[in-house]
Design a protein around this ligand. Sequence first.
Ligand code: NAG
Ligand code: NAG
Ligand code: NAG
Ligand code: NAG
Length: 258
Amino acid sequence: MFFHFILLVASSVTFLCTHYVSSCGSSCTEYPVFTPSALVVKYGDPANVTCVACQKDCSGDASGLEHAVGKVTQNGTTMLWTVDRLIEWGISVMCYHNNDAGDQCCSTLDLSIYQSPESVSISFVNHTEMMFENQQYTLQCSVQNVAPVQSLTVTFYRGNTALGHLQSNSEQKKPVNETFTLNITPRREDNGAQYWCEAKLELGPAGPQPPPVVTSEKLKLTLQPFGGRNGQATWKRGSSRRFIFHFMCLKILFSALM
Ligand SMILES: *[C@@H]1O[C@H](CO)[C@@H](O)[C@H](O)[C@H]1NC(C)=O
Ligand SMILES: *[C@@H]1O[C@H](CO)[C@@H](O)[C@H](O)[C@H]1NC(C)=O
Ligand SMILES: *[C@@H]1O[C@H](CO)[C@@H](O)[C@H](O)[C@H]1NC(C)=O
Ligand SMILES: *[C@@H]1O[C@H](CO)[C@@H](O)[C@H](O)[C@H]1NC(C)=O
């Protein structure tokens, strides 16, 4: 019974989807055209786009623009969509024209709404006071309130050297907090090195140029000398050898004088 219900729901969804797609296409010879073709808007900013629903064999009253927010000014088959402040995530704007065969020919605006990271910070996972060379540690870069996280690239740096680029698997359109990690194995020469991370929103050619970038503070690595006591012992042995050498010289000198 339950299985049948699922089947019914699944087939209705499939029907609705295919129906929607076919109603958006089968006998269409042309599709509405948006200008600009893609819109990248900062959250809270104004936006506008023009749609020409049809350019040949058109009747003006058979066109329209579906919009959840903003307003539309129509002149024949040309429509201007404007919004004073875009403060809705994941909205869609669809422009259509009904042709003589009764089909709806439509295009959906390629719209992305973005928000630069509010803050970016770097730390060591399970930070311990003592850090040693040739041990593995995990660096963590936390990015807060960024959208869309899909367009985000996080880069870890040691000084000016990029250590790795990371991206999110999330398809969330609304702002998210996300943490990226990178394992490092510091060497002796990394003592005192500064680690930091950079969050860059790459929104394509329609997006802001240069892309928004937010960087973390710098984290200084302080390594404890590994097996410090052995180091001291080596130094002592060396110095005592030098002492013996000096003593031998003196002895030779004295015996030469005598
Ligand atoms: C439409 O947007 C463009 C680019 O943001 C802007 O320069 C223009 O003034 C806007 N036009 C209207 C009518 O809002
Ligand atoms: C509508 O478009 C026509 C042709 O492009 C133009 O002549 C007319 O002034 C426009 N009307 C309005 C109200 O913008
Ligand atoms: C950090 O420490 C906690 C508790 O000691 C442990 O449960 C967790 O797995 C550690 N995380 C990493 C990434 O090592
Ligand atoms: C992200 O983190 C901040 C501060 O911890 C918090 O206020 C905010 O609600 C978080 N946002 C999400 C989407 O989890």
